[in-house]
Write a protein that binds this ligand. Sequence first.
Ligand code: MTE
Length: 301
Amino acid sequence: MANRWINQLTDRDVTDEAIYLNRRQIIGGAAAGLGLAGLGQGAMAQEGLTPNDYEDITQYNNYYEFGTDKGDPAKYADALTTAPWTVSIEGMVDKPGDYAFEDIMKAMTVEERIYRLRCVEAWSMVVPWNGFELADLLNMAGVQSGAKYVAFETAYRPEEMPGLRFPVLDWPYVEGLRLDEAMHPLTIMATGIYGRDIPNQNGAPLRLVVPWKYGFKSIKSVVRITLTDKQPPTSWNKAGPREYGFYSNVNPEVSHPRWSQADERPIGGGLFARRQPTLMFNGYEEEVVGLYKGMDLTANF
Ligand code: MTE
């Protein structure tokens, strides 16, 4: 609520970059505190995390639509046209349709969330995202009873995405969550980093962030969200079902078939940065463990 006033600015009021940025990517501890008020100690401890440099976050990326080298997305993702942008919300919702990104932003409350990001490749960062809770977007569309999963799809633009020429994955990139995971207050759609609009290489104009899961679940540049009663296919699971499960919760005790997940390399610490232990659910155990009560996390990796 604290930031609603910002949405009342018209484009004519926007005189400089600072105001423009602030209008869409609200930052501030107060907002973050409010948003997390309902969560446990672990999330509040986010204030203790030191975010990576803007440089690290925007130059070391995985966005295979633009190439598989870590520097490729920063080099090539400028070609992605992010305005106008619409997100189609489909399936088991009361108000299906194409939602303009600008209209979504007017309706949502953007706040800062400082989250750990743990890639399945065993490196990690801390990112100060700006975004809104996915639950708010889904509630806007009206989730129908009977919906059990949420499917997501990235833009498919062969003219703008040079990586699509290579069959690394079965394009477009798709992901999915169980509905309760999607509605969890930690799950956000990120639209900014450090108070600026999210750069293309990080998934402009909006990308999913699920901080307790391996980074590949956090699908970029989302164009379609489908509510369904069936577990949706996911890109990495299709590419390697033995290596990448549907859940993909960060779990130091369940190794990837080709490497251990017990520790991770923090990006930005220099060549000799010490590896650090990987935390259960990436440090968000207290908040999310209830989602998986009674589930065998080794079988459901
Ligand atoms: N989304 C799409 N569409 N394409 C991708 O290749 N890579 C995933 C995820 N989302 C990816 C994607 C992986 S493996 C990770 S670790 C994160 O994005 C990386 O996010 P970052 O580049 O913002 O750090």
